[in-house]
Design a protein around this ligand. Structure first.
Ligand code: NAD
Length: 320
C-alpha cells in the first residue's frame, strides 16, 4: 500500500495529485489544505476521473493522515508573483514550513518529506532541521524541473529526443543554478564532440543563451499565465515513482551536501540515487573549474538566505 499526503492543494499540489493519479503511482492520495473546502473539492474533482484511471483512493483530510503515509509532499506556501524571485519568499514560507513539519511530525516518525515550496533549497534545510529526520528522508524537488527544461531546450536546438540528452542542472533551484555543459552528452557523445560534428555550430554565446533560457523560464511562464505547475508536477511524480518503486533513478533533488566541493551542511541540488529509503547516494559529480566556481557562488546564495535563527538552532527551532 503506497500512501502520499500532499500539503497544499493549490495549483501545484492539485496538479501533482493529478499526475500521481494518471501515473498510477500511489494507491492512496490525501489532499490537505489550510482551506479545507479547497482540498475537499479538488479531491472530489479528481475522484470523477475514476472510470478512466487505475484504481486509486483520493480524499482530503488532516495531519492524522500522515501517521501511515509513505511520503508527505509539501507544496503549501506563497507562490512567486510576476518579477519576484524565489528567495523573496523566505520569510513567509519559513513560518508555513515550520508549522507544517511540526504538525506532520506530531503523527509520525517514519516518513519521507518531499519539499516543493520555494525557495526549495532553504525550505528543505528548514524541514530537515525541524523534523529531526535523517537527511536521506528529507529533500526537495530541487532542479529536477530545471534539468528537464535544460534537456528540452537542448534537444529542440539539436533536434533530438530529450530522453537521449544527458545533462544536469545543479546548485540552487533559482537564479544562481548551474547548467552543466562539461558533462552534458548525447548518448555518451560529449557536447563538444557532438557540436563539432554539427552544421549549426553553437558558439559559447549560444550556450550562454540556452543557460539563460533555462534560468528565466519560470519568470516567463509566471509573467504569461500566473504560475508554473504542469512540469513541476511531473517532476515530482517522477521522484515519487522512483521512491515507491525503489527504482534507484538518478535525479537532481535538493539534498544535504556534506563535504562536497568544500560545502558542508547545505541543501543544494546534485545528482542523487533515489530509492525506497529516500536519497541513497549522492554521486561524486565532476565539474569544470568554471562550473565549480558558479556552483560555489550558488551555495553562498543559498547559505545567505537561511534565516539565522534556523541556522543557529538545533532541532528546537524557536517561534518565528
Ligand atoms: P497556490 O497559491 O496555488 O497554492 C498554495 C496552497 O497552499 C493554497 O491552496 C493555500 O491555501 C495553501 N496553504 C498556505 N498555507 C498553508 C498552510 N499553512 N497549511 C496548509 N496549506 C496552506 O500556489 P502554487 O502555485 O500551488 O505554489 C505553491 C508553492 O510551490 C509556491 O511556494 C511556489 O513557489 C512553489 N513552486 C515550486 C516549484 C519548484 O520547482 N520547486 C515550482 C512551482 C511552484
Amino acid at each position: 500500500m503506497s500512501k502520499v499526503v500532499i500539503v497544499g492543494a493549490g495549483l501545484v499540489g492539485s496538479t501533482i495529485a493529478y499526475a500521481l493519479m494518471l501515473g498510477g503511482t500511489a494507491k492512496e492520495i490525501v489532499l490537505l489544505d489550510r482551506i479545507e473546502e479547497k482540498a475537499r473539492t479538488e479531491a472530489m474533482d479528481l475522484n470523477h476521473c475514476a472510470s478512466f484511471v487505475r484504481p486509486v483512493r483520493i480524499k482530503s483530510g488532516g495531519y492524522e493522515e500522515c501517521s501511515n503515509a509513505d511520503i508527505v509532499i509539501v507544496t503549501a506556501g506563497a507562490p512567486q508573483k510576476p518579477g519576484q524571485t524565489r528567495l523573496e519568499l523566505v520569510d513567509i514560507n519559513t513560518r508555513i514550513i515550520k508549522q507544517i513539519v511540526e504538525s506532520t511530525m506530531a503523527y509520525t516518525k517514519e516518513i519521507i518529506l518531499l519539499i516543493v515550496t520555494n525557495p526549495v533549497d532553504v525550505m528543505s534545510y528548514i524541514a530537515w532541521k525541524i523534523s529531526g529526520l535523517p537527511s536521506s528522508k528529507v529533500f526537495g524537488s530541487g532542479t529536477v524541473l530545471d534539468t528537464s527544461r535544460f534537456r528540452h531546450i537542448l534537444s529542440s536546438r539539436c533536434q533530438l529526443d530529450p530522453r537521449n540528452m544527458h545533462a544536469y542542472v545543479v546548485g540552487e533551484h533559482g537564479d544562481s543554478e548551474v547548467p552543466l555543459w562539461s558533462t552534458a552528452n548525447v548518448a555518451g557523445v560529449s557536447m563538444d564532440i557532438f557540436c563539432a560534428d554539427c552544421h549549426d555550430l553553437c558558439s559559447q554565446e549560444g550556450r550562454d543563451e540556452i543557460s539563460y533560457q533555462v534560468r528565466r523560464s519560470a519568470y516567463e511562464i509566471i509573467e504569461g499565465k500566473g504560475a508554473t505547475y504542469f512540469a513541476i508536477s511531473l517532476a515530482v511524480q517522477r521522484i515519487v515513482e522512483s521512491i515507491l518503486r525503489d527504482e534507484h533513478s538518478v535525479l537532481t533533488v535538493s539534498t544535504l551536501l556534506e563535504n562536497v566541493y568544500g560545502i558542508d551542511k547545505l541543501y543544494l541540488s546534485f545528482p542523487c540515487v533515489l530509492g525506497r529509503n529516500g536519497v541513497e547516494r549522492v554521486l561524486p559529480l565532476e565539474m569544470s573549474p568554471d562550473e565549480e566556481e558558479q556552483f560555489l557562488r550558488s551555495a553562498q546564495v543559498v547559505e545567505e538566505s537561511i534565516p539565522s535563527q534556523i541556522k543557529m538552532a538545533g532541532n528546537n527551532v524557536p517561534a518565528m
